[in-house]
Design a protein around this ligand. Structure first.
Ligand SMILES: [Zn+2]
Length: 562
């Protein structure tokens, strides 16, 4: 026989449970209703906005750009709705959503709506200041020998000049943009921090990462891992670069080499020190058909997307390249400006990498899950394929060069790719650590922090006595904050997936001479394990399911360091 106390307790618990159950059902219903209502606005609006921005990019006309901007603002407004946020917060705080699909959607929605908490006046002030800064960057021209130069022209001189005095002067003149924008950027950084702390985050950098589902500690750990894996190899290639440049510029010794001698403003790209010209292989080729044939061969046909794409130069058209998913239901388009050279081969393979990802996301998923797991996971896919444009095996299989030519160029191709990766990875360290340091303490000596990092990670020599805001000359720091690290994470994942495909899917132990050409099992694997799930899983869970491991720098190091 049970005691009275136990009976009362049982009754109470049962009562609680049934109360709990009805509360649970109610929360579930409220969430389902919320999603339904949200979708009914978002789905048509985002399609309209994507189409408008696509049309604007092609026509370049003011009225198309105005239409596109107005629709973008409507989307911003939708997510700035404070009532929506408090509804989501209420559901989230209840802790009663235990259906995994719904819980995931709640999590995604909550992060998307969280900025609605921020002070609208402050957000508007930030947009205004950003626009001011953007104008200053675009109006700035470097003055050299009485002429004004665009940034492209500056890059061109740094890349091609053998005159170190000319390089120095152009570099110094270009850096003058730093002082024009530095104070505004510091102000903007502090405003961003205020918004972040008001919302309960330590600073803006941490908030950005957390809202994009990245744990700041985890990201720093990956950057530390990559740092220790690349330190020695980078020092070796840097020493080769320096040897090469001492001869190239006719200097006495390496000590004379300065930051302006590395062929671009930031030493973010590999200087051209190995002799290999891939453009000759592409100059009489049809890049569109090569791309179509390649993707068809790996079981990811792109014909339907090619029809909707816009691939050649036109007056007024956007001069860059991008991929856009118009409706998250199969209408995926690519914008390019194809010229028959290796740069555009890389770009076509890259953009259609994004495209096959988008196109193969399971359309049975709820609308907000029909996105790549993270921006860097779609970057990774684009990078795997883009890298093939300079791969000797790919050139043999797809472009038809001879085995003899393949072997002749292979050493310099691989050396170039390795150099590109090592140089970029060290530069990305500077960017990541600078932003982390700046948002943690914007009042510190940022001029010094920038050069301390460039010396440590890029092994550059600080110009003697230099105390200028050179960090402010990198536009990403002002206008695309706390995003740069994703480029490097994309490279790491590209290597991890590449190793998995070679070893496990096509079962080869040759990690060098691979093109995946004519291997539909590669497409099938990517479709099933990477593309189809969309963002159903947290990105690191998706990576673990797809490769057996969480994101790691190990394979990047295997491919480019060892
Ligand atoms: Zn991309």
């Amino acid at each position: 026989m049970k005691s009275i106390r136990v009976l009362i307790l049982m009754a109470l618990t049962a009562g609680l449970l049934s109360g709990c159950n009805s509360k649970q059902a109610q929360m579930k219903k409220e969430l389902v209703d919320f999603i339904k209502k949200h979708d009914s606005v978002l789905i048509p609006l985002s399609k309209e906005a994507n189409l408008a921005s696509w049309n604007a990019a092609i026509s370049g006309s003011d009225s198309d750009y105005q239409k596109s901007q107005a629709l973008q603002l409507k989307i911003v407004e939708l997510f700035a709705n404070k009532e929506s946020l408090s509804k989501l917060e209420e559901i989230k705080v209840s802790g009663l959503i235990n259906d995994t699909m719904l819980a995931r959607q709640l999590d995604i929605l909550y992060r998307q709506f969280l900025m609605a908490k921020a002070d609208t006046m402050k957000l508007n002030a930030m947009v205004r200041l950003s626009t001011e800064i953007e104008k200053k960057y675009s109006n700035f021209r470097t003055t050299y020998k009485g002429k004004t130069l665009s940034d492209n022209e500056v890059e061109n001189i740094l890349r091609t000049s053998k005159n170190v005095n000319e390089q120095k002067e152009v570099w110094m003149e270009q850096k003058k943009i730093g002082n024009i924008v530095a104070e505004d950027i510091k102000k903007l950084v502090k405003m961003r921090n205020e918004v972040a702390t008001q919302m309960g985050f330590r600073n803006y950098q941490e908030m950005s990462l957390i809202l994009s589902e990245q744990d700041p500690k985890e990201i720093t750990k990956i950057f530390d891992e990559l740092d220790s894996l690349t330190t020695k190899s980078f020092a070796d290639v840097k020493s080769n670069i320096d040897d090469y440049f001492v001869k190239y510029y006719g200097l006495k010794n390496k000590e004379e080499l300065m930051p302006w001698n590395y062929q671009n403003r930031f030493f973010q790209q590999a200087p051209k020190i190995y002799d290999v010209d891939l453009d000759v292989y592409y100059k009489d080729k049809n890049l569109e058909s090569l791309t179509a044939a390649y993707y068809a061969g790996i079981g990811l046909p792109i014909d339907a997307m090619l029809k909707n794409s816009d691939l050649y130069e036109k007056p007024g058209k956007n001069q860059h390249a991008f991929c856009t998913d118009i409706d998250n239901k199969g209408d995926v388009r690519v914008l390019c400006n194809i010229q028959p050279n290796s740069y555009w081969m890389n770009t076509m393979l890259h953009e259609f990498g994004h495209a096959v990802y988008d196109e193969n996301i399971d359309t049975a998923l709820p609308f907000i899950m029909r996105e790549p797991a993270h921006t860097f996971t779609t970057e990774a896919i684009a990078m795997i394929f883009g890298r093939f444009s300079s791969n000797p095996q790919w050139l043999k299989d797809m472009v038809g060069i001879s085995e003899e030519d393949k072997m002749k160029i292979s050493e310099n191709c691989f050396k170039t790719l390795r150099l590109e990766q090592l140089v970029f990875s060290r530069w990305a360290q500077v960017m990541y650590r600078f932003e982390k340091g700046m948002y943690a303490d914007p009042d510190q000596d940022l001029n010094k922090l920038w050069w301390d990092l460039a010396e440590k990670y890029q092994l550059l020599k600080r110009p003697e006595g230099r105390n200028e805001p050179d960090w402010a000359t990198k536009i990403h720091i002002a206008l695309y904050p706390c995003y740069y690290h994703n480029y490097l994470l994309g490279e790491l994942l590209a290597s991890q997936l590449y190793y998995h495909i070679v070893g496990t899917i096509i079962k080869s132990d040759d990690y060098k001479f691979q093109s995946f050409a004519g291997k539909p099992e590669v497409g099938l694997y990517l479709k099933t394990m990477v593309f189809a799930p969309g963002n159903k899983y947290y990105w690191n869970d998706m990576i673990e399911k797809a490769t057996g491991e969480k994101l790691t720098a190990k394979y990047y190091a295997k491919q480019f360091v060892e």
